[in-house]
Design a protein around this ligand. Structure first.
Ligand code: PEP
Length: 251
């Protein structure tokens, strides 16, 4: 019922030239594959050329961030209308690197979610705890705060347009993935929060991804869990072969 989604977050990697090679290779590897929804999220500078290349193929386009204001004197920022104009289908919001290095708050993430939705861009909302929070037994509280901040802006009629990504911070870029059952437990918990707020019919349709050192070697195990609907992938999305193996996890 929930179509698996594999999204590649390239972070601050790939020049325009490098992006062109990666996207061309990826198009070849995943041509005609419809079992998984495929999203690539290049840096802003490569969005346009990526859109030109993917066109109407089975690869969708996402950005890695945006600002919540319409337009104006916000030097260095990118608006939702700019992303919409390029043809972005998705935008990653609230990634832990944005929260940590750029001090984004849950409130700001919520405003961004609201803004993205009003421009018909689907947000991939990242939530997740730090290692010390997990060790202190407060992982669920942290995730609850981050998820519930979104409830303030997310109207019931829009709830199925968003995607959540549970990304335990200690698993991002470390090679140390959460166990599939720990990841599934937290994702189930997020779905319970969604159910309490929007009802079961809606919560059953919202996709919740796992992110954190996902690679071809662990994707099958993760995707065999009841509530994991896909993956948000950093490192392994930078090579067309490994990313396409993730996309084709069913094969
Ligand atoms: C990410 O950046 O969202 C991520 C999960 O990175 P990695 O796959 O490299 O851990």
């Amino acid at each position: 019922m929930r179509k698996p989604l594999i999204a590649g977050n390239w972070k601050m990697n790939k020049t325009i030239t490098e992006s062109i090679s990666l996207v061309k290779e990826l198009i070849d590897f995943v041509k005609g594959y419809e079992e998984t929804e495929i999203v690539v999220c290049p840096p802003f500078t490569s969005l346009w050329v990526t859109k030109e290349l993917v066109g109407d193929t089975n690869i969708l386009l996402g950005a890695q961030n945006m600002y919540y204001k319409d337009e104006g004197a916000y030097t260095g920022e990118i608006s939702a209308s700019m992303l919409q104009n390029i043809g972005c289908d998705y935008v990653i919001l609230g990634h832990s690197e944005r929260r940590e290095y750029f001090h984004e708050t849950s409130q700001e993430v919520a405003w961004k979610v609201q803004q993205a939705l009003s421009f018909s861009i689907k947000p991939i909302i990242c939530v997740g705890e730090k290692l010390e929070e997990r060790e202190a037994g407060s992982a669920r509280d942290v995730v609850k705060e981050e998820v519930e901040a979104i409830f303030e802006v997310l109207k019931p009629q829009d709830a199925t347009k968003v995607v959540f990504a549970y990304e335990p911070i200690w698993a991002i870029g470390t090679g140390k993935s959460a166990t599939s059952s720990d990841a599934n437990d937290m994702i189930k918990y997020i779905r319970t929060l969604l159910k309490d707020k929007y009802g079961e019919k809606v919560s059953d349709q919202i996709r919740i991804l796992y992110g954190g050192s996902v690679k071809p070697e662990n994707i099958k195990e993760l995707m065999s869990q009841s509530d994991i609907d896909g993956a948000l992938v950093g490192g392994a999305s930078l090579k067309a072969l490994s990313f396409s193996r993730l996309v084709k996890f069913k094969e």
